[in-house]
Design a protein around this ligand. Structure first.
Ligand code: GAP
Length: 436
């Protein structure tokens, strides 16, 4: 892909996402609301597939990780203990002319306002990005609460419950996929920086002596995960946080970055949290959150390796990774999403060649019913076959099956491959095996 093509890749992906029901701007008929998005019929399938893919790797295939699904609103003290009420801030500057606000780091020294060109900005000031809400029904008895600024806090709150209610022994992890909310100053680049988004988190609880080993283990494991998802492996790298930028309790931290059209960008963080979180919650709640090893009676506050990534951000990066425009010769071209088949919204599209011949439609329907027992299938009987292929290519459907006149004679169908565009005749009885 050329540089010009790369530069407008985000625009093209954003347009495709809207056009084909992957991501819509939220409240669009009211002019939209910055930083909030909805997933359409194709997008919701893709996002669910992506979450299942993570859950399978991080929970199902592991004997040492269990999942939870925590509430979005917690006791407000949680955010005091975690430090978010004091420190969950971005530095903001405001253009004195147009009053647009920016994160200080976005405007280099001497740079003009990207909105109006003025060079006059206010002094930087801190701005807390936690979303506030109120809990309770009576006007004068409402309690201020917060939408969780990071999903992982619920895992720390449930650590003791999990130890007491399961057979897990340290080392073990607790995984969760859930919403987080940040009142970002400059949301943008589709879902890359949004105000409501989902995180996939895993907090791995270890003995302090084993911290180094597990930190390395999870760092590699998480990189392997992203390598298995993306096509362009060269667009993945680790970025170690500089020692002087680490939070005081962290000995180390890495981002897994993906190379986007606007540069290397964080996809997931691998964080050394030590005993900070459980110690803070013990202090603020007055409850003992230490762990007693049933094998030798040793009592200690477990240390934590965190892996924390963005679901929406990963899906956006996957779209950027998968988007291709191909020249088919003779003035023809196609747009295709070469997305991992496990993540594609639909695995197979079923086309009856014509929609007015009952035998063909019925045959196609029976194949739809057969396949939809095990995989997500979509039906399309609109327009000519060429147009149907183009549509499915744009949403990344790996296979299209056409039921035609020959099907009625010999019970075979045409299976067309998204990436090679090659077509093969396959017996209906062999379809399940062929597709798997
Ligand atoms: N518990 C640690 C934590 O929340 P983080 O680096 O702030 O760490 C983890 O967030 C991941 O969440 C990021 O790597 C990113 O993928 C995603 N994320 C963070 N802020 C986001 C936002 N405003 N919009 C979309 N995704 C975001």
């Amino acid at each position: 892909m050329s540089d010009t093509q790369k530069n407008d890749l985000l625009e093209k992906v954003t347009a495709l996402a809207k056009r084909r029901g992957i991501v819509y701007p939220n409240s669009e008929i009211y002019g939209g609301i910055g930083g909030f998005y909805d997933y359409g019929p194709v997008g919701v399938e893709m996002k669910n597939n992506l979450k299942r893919y993570w859950w399978k790797e991080m929970v199902d295939k592991r004997e040492d990780v269990v999942g939870i699904d925590g509430a979005i609103i917690t006791h407000p003290k949680v955010w005091e203990a975690s430090g978010h009420i004091q420190n969950f801030t971005d530095e903001v500057i405001e253009c004195k002319k147009c009053h647009q606000r920016f994160r200080t780091e976005e405007i280099a020294d001497g740079q003009k306002c990207p909105n109006c060109g003025s060079q006059e900005f206010t002094e930087p000031r801190s701005y807390n990005i936690l979303f506030e809400t109120e809990v309770g029904v009576l006007e004068n008895a409402k309690t201020k609460a917060y939408l969780r600024g990071e999903a992982c806090q619920t895992i720390y709150l449930d650590f003791k419950n999990v130890v007491d209610s399961t057979r897990m022994q340290i080392p073990f992890g607790i995984a969760q996929i859930g919403k987080a909310f940040r009142n970002e100053i400059t949301p943008g680049r589709l879902t890359f920086r949004s105000r409501e988004f989902e995180q996939w988190d895993m907090q791995f609880f270890v003995h302090p002596n084993d911290m180094e080993k597990w930190f390395e283990y999870w760092k590699e494991k998480r990189m392997d995960f992203y390598k298995s998802l993306y096509r362009k492996q060269e667009n993945l790298r680790f970025k170690q946080h500089p020692k002087d930028k680490l939070v005081f309790y962290a000995k180390d931290a890495y981002d897994i970055e993906y190379k986007t059209p606007w540069g290397w960008a964080e996809n997931e963080g691998i964080h050394w949290r030590g005993d900070y979180d459980l110690t803070q919650h013990s202090k603020f709640s007055g409850k003992d959150l230490s762990y007693t090893d049933p094998r030798n009676g040793e009592k200690y506050i477990p240390w934590i390796v965190e892996t924390s990534g963005g679901v929406d951000r990963t899906l956006l990066m996957l779209l950027l990774d998968a988007y291709e425009e191909e020249d088919l010769g003779e003035g023809k071209s196609r747009t295709v999403l070469k997305v991992h088949p496990d993540i594609a919204g639909y695995k197979v599209a079923i086309f009856p060649l014509v929609s007015n011949k009952e035998e063909i439609v019925n045959k196609a329907r029976s194949i739809f019913e057969l396949l939809s027992e095990n995989i997500k299938v979509v039906w399309d009987d609109r327009g000519n076959i060429g147009k149907r292929y183009r549509y499915q290519d744009e949403i990344g459907t790996p296979y299209c099956i056409t039921v035609d006149y020959e099907t009625l004679e010999n019970d075979t169908v045409t299976v067309r491959d998204r990436d090679t565009m090659e077509q093969e005749r396959v017996k209906i009885v062999d379809l399940d095996e062929y597709l798997s």
